[in-house]
Write a protein that binds this ligand. Sequence first.
Ligand SMILES: Nc1ncnc2c1ncn2[C@@H]1O[C@H](COP(=O)(O)OP(=O)(O)OP(=O)(O)O)[C@@H](O)[C@H]1O
Length: 204
Amino acid sequence: MTIALNKAGKRFNRDWIFKDLTCRFESGNSYAITGSNGSGKSTLLQVISGSLTLNEGACRWSAAASIPADKIFRHISYCAPYLEVIEEMTLLEFLEFHQRFKPLLPGCTPKRIIEELGLEAAGDKRIQQFSSGMKQRAKLAQCIYSDTAVVILDEPCTNLDQQGIALYYSLIDQYCTNRLVLVGSNDETEYRFCQHRLSIMDYK
Ligand SMILES: Nc1ncnc2c1ncn2[C@@H]1O[C@H](COP(=O)(O)OP(=O)(O)OP(=O)(O)O)[C@@H](O)[C@H]1O
């Protein structure tokens, strides 16, 4: 998978969030999108995921062939604090439900995922009864275990304790090596494994 931005610009009303951004993101690489609060990291990630459109320039997605913007969601998994989970479901129900729309990585099952997350004791608990760190583990799992070429992680360690951060790194090591990984963050703990860095502040 290759995602190419060409002279990309995004504004909300009259405020430009970024301008003249040209770059390429390729499978097998990980990229940190950095910048201060409100600088536009999440906005750029949403453009890359196809959920926001640009005001200037172009974002193009290609694998063996070009992928249209309205189909790219099939190839992307996304984890972010502003995305909700279905709180009325148990974690097992949630992972089984999600699997109907996006298949899991080969060999992964909802039960095995719950074990790897260390959430066996909570597998039958409704997500609304989870702590914020447990919810974040569930969101990371939904994203990383989905069989997609692109993994987008916006502030992935939100609410995680040291053990949760270790789990995050182990999921990245085990399941993300050959994929295209993008991390939006201003905390190096979340993106220190990324080979490439892009500061949104350079495109103001
Ligand atoms: N739908 C929207 N309508 C208008 N303005 C928006 C909208 N979404 C974001 N913004 C503005 O765009 C700017 C960039 O927001 P964004 O969430 O992309 O920043 P961020 O770098 O991810 O911030 P943080 O580190 O705080 O998560 C902010 O000024 C924000 O208020």
